[in-house]
Design a protein around this ligand. Structure first.
Ligand code: HEC
Length: 141
């Protein structure tokens, strides 16, 4: 019995020490590797601050126009579908629906994801900033 306990202990100790080794490759992934949206946790409060970059063109209130369409309830919206806003045909025909993943890609390089869009914004390179802004957009409902 005593022997069994000991070997169990040894096993536990062994698997514990093996864990960090298995995780090591993930931890060492270069920071430059593109991050998947699912790996990030957005902070809506931080996103609201970053949103100053968007606010010049986008209201957050319902039915409020601007250079761009209001982003009130943008999450879940079919791209280019807000009544009364004059979208580019590129946006109307993009076939996208705005949710975390599509916003994450679009906001990185809008003109690459929707070629011909009239959104004159170069993009937000920082993955965490994009996740934060998206978390903020999710509160606009
Ligand atoms: C210089 C003005 C400008 C800035 C800055 C800007 N946008 Fe836009 N945005 C637009 C315009 C104009 C459109 C309409 C594009 C079209 O019809 O092709 C648009 C469209 C969009 C759409 C699609 C909306 C829909 O109804 O389909 C989203 C989402 C969006 N912008 C998010 C953002 C976010 C988030 C930011 C800040 C990181 C931002 N935009 C910054 C002008 C801007």
């Amino acid at each position: 019995m005593r022997l069994m306990m000991l070997s169990l202990l040894a096993l536990t100790a062994c698997s514990k020490s093996a864990e960090p080794e298995q995780q090591a490759p993930t931890a060492e992934t270069p920071a430059a590797a593109p991050k998947a949206f699912a790996e990030l946790k957005g902070d809506p409060a931080a996103g609201e601050k970053t949103y100053v970059q968007c606010r010049v063109c986008h209201a957050v209130e319902p039915n409020k126009g601007g250079v761009g369409p209001t982003l009130h309830q943008v999450v879940g919206r079919a791209a280019g579908s807000l009544p009364g806003y004059a979208y580019s045909s590129a946006m109307k025909q993009s076939g996208l629906t705005w949710h975390g993943e599509t916003l994450y890609r679009f906001l990185e390089v809008p003109m690459a994801v929707v070629p011909g869009t009239k959104m004159a914004y170069a993009g937000m390179k920082d993955p965490q900033k994009r996740a934060d802004v998206i978390a903020y957009l999710e509160t606009l409902k």
